[in-house]
Write a protein that binds this ligand. Sequence first.
Ligand code: PNS
Length: 162
Amino acid sequence: MVKAVYPGTFDPITNGHLDVIERGARIFDEVIVAVTTNPAKTPWFTVQERVAMIEACCRHLPNVQVMAFDGLLVNFARQQGATVILKGLRAVSDFDYEFQMAAMNRQLAPEIETLFLMTSLPFAYLSSSIVKEIALLDGDLSGLVPDLVAEQLRRKAAERRR
Ligand code: PNS
């Protein structure tokens, strides 16, 4: 029984995140999508909104649950009995930061392995930040985020333009 934690800010969840979650759910017995409550960047969505959107997008995945966490990721993983931290890797530009986090998490919790899934190609340059910019500029979000997320993004973007 292998439980994996897939952590992130998810402000908001994109089709790239969903791709990693779906593939992770086929590999691991259980996947916990762990939404950080204290990101450095000021998020558009509250943690409750982010959790609710991910839950709605993952209804078809019975072995996936969504939880908010604060503090150290490795402490959360230990509390949940997870032995794997699951991460997605997009372009080479992700590597340095991810390598640093994986090395530090390994030092803090040697029993937990960080495993990376290479992004599926259509999502290689997709990020929550770029999706928010497109929403703000009223661009087409189809194919980038699930429809229900696109709706929420358009609502938030309209509020921000006011
Ligand atoms: O989606 P993001 O913003 O790239 O996710 C970053 C995240 C949440 C995975 C990272 O900031 C994190 O693990 N935060 C929890 C605090 C922590 O454990 N920090 C030490 C990491 S070595």
